[in-house]
Design a protein around this ligand. Structure first.
Ligand code: GLV
Ligand code: GLV
Length: 330
């Protein structure tokens, strides 16, 4: 028996994690809440534990490992991304780090990418506000004109698992053309979505809609900034369901304000949970009528959250049994 901390309250959406861990005869402690977990409270609860299931909003660094103690064997991050974890520090403290790559999560994020894309192309968010504010006074043929997705070019920045799921839906579901940039060629989407591999600048210049699907690394921070917006087509859209800091948010606000691009669908923010890093320059993402914003919920379906719980718990069970992790973060 080992001691496991679930660093949030899994009740109602991630109960499988508790079941799996208990079945493996581990002692499971859960944090009472799922939001605003203070770093100090997390560390206090994690002290002496052999395994901790963490959230992407937790900072897992050298100080965390030192405070929790040398018995800690695994940090299972309840997320696909793991930019909140210092992998070097984990290695130094001999702690295995895992994430939750999953087809179900990929489906959820890909669907949310289309939710944002369609919301922009068909102006759903603006039209909703208009309608609920009682402004619909009669049908006119030019009310909220948008664009069809069919036949438009989708440019993927990053075509791993999630980008691949987006590519397939774009091609098969919506009849879009797909182009992509990635360090690696993706043979599956070249075959199944007739996707074309191009350098990033060419993708930016040719796409009607650019969608970001790379992880956050030092090398991808501000990957999309002023220069990149200047390459994008006038009238194009940007979708970000990956990580906020990949886009230079001030440059995005300027591009939206000056209509350099036509709109943005944003699920992740540079200074999350703040929607704007600072409010001193009249460049607020929240104030842009051509931005559709959601609060980091692309993988927030019951199906995805349950699958993530199963993967995280199975990683913990494997590592505590002295076996290889199922999905080590790499
Ligand atoms: C969510 O953002 C995740 O990385 O799973
Ligand atoms: C991102 O997580 C990807 O796999 O493309």
């Amino acid at each position: 028996m080992s001691n496991v901390l679930i660093g949030f309250n899994p009740k109602g959406f991630a109960d499988d994690a508790v079941e799996i861990l208990k079945k493996a005869k581990h002692k499971v402690t859960v944090m009472p809440a799922s939001h605003n977990i203070d770093q100090k409270d997390l560390i206090k609860a994690a002290k002496g534990k052999d395994a901790v299931l963490t959230l992407l909003s937790n900072r897992i660094d050298d100080a965390f490992f030192k405070a929790v103690g040398p018995q800690l064997k695994i940090v299972a991050n309840y997320a696909v991304g793991f930019d909140n974890i210092d992998l070097e520090a984990a290695k130094k403290h001999k702690v295995i780090v895992t994430n939750t790559p999953s087809d179900v999560v990929n489906e959820s994020v890909a669907e949310h990418t289309f939710a944002l894309m369609i919301a922009l192309a068909h102006r759903v968010a603006e039209a909703h506000i208009f309608t609920t504010h009682g402004e619909y006074k009669g049908w006119t043929p030019d009310l909220f004109l948008g664009n069809n997705l069919k036949g438009r070019t989708l440019g993927l920045i990053g075509a791993g698992r999630i980008g691949g799921a987006v590519a397939e839906r774009a091609y098969k579901g919506f009849g879009m053309n797909v182009i992509y940039s990635d360090l690696n060629k993706n043979a599956d989407i070249e075959k199944n979505a007739k996707a074309k591999h191009l350098p990033m600048d060419k993708v930016l210049a040719q796409a009607d809609i650019v969608s970001i699907h790379v992880p956050l690394f030092p090398s991808t921070r501000h990957l999309i900034s002023t220069r990149e917006f200047s390459l994008m087509k006038k009238g194009s859209l940007l979708i970000n369901t990956a990580r906020g800091p990949i886009v230079d948010e001030k440059a995005l606000c300027r591009a939206l304000k000056t209509k350099r691009i036509a709109g943005a669908g944003i699920d992740v923010f540079e200074c999350e949970p703040a929607i704007d890093c600072d409010l001193t320059d009249n460049l607020e993402l929240r104030a842009m009528p051509n931005a559709v914003l959601t609060p980091h919920i692309a993988s927030a379906t019951y199906e995805a959250r349950a699958d993530m719980a199963i993967i995280a718990a199975k990683n913990i069970v494997a590592v505590l049994a002295g076996k290889k992790a199922i999905s080590p973060a790499k």
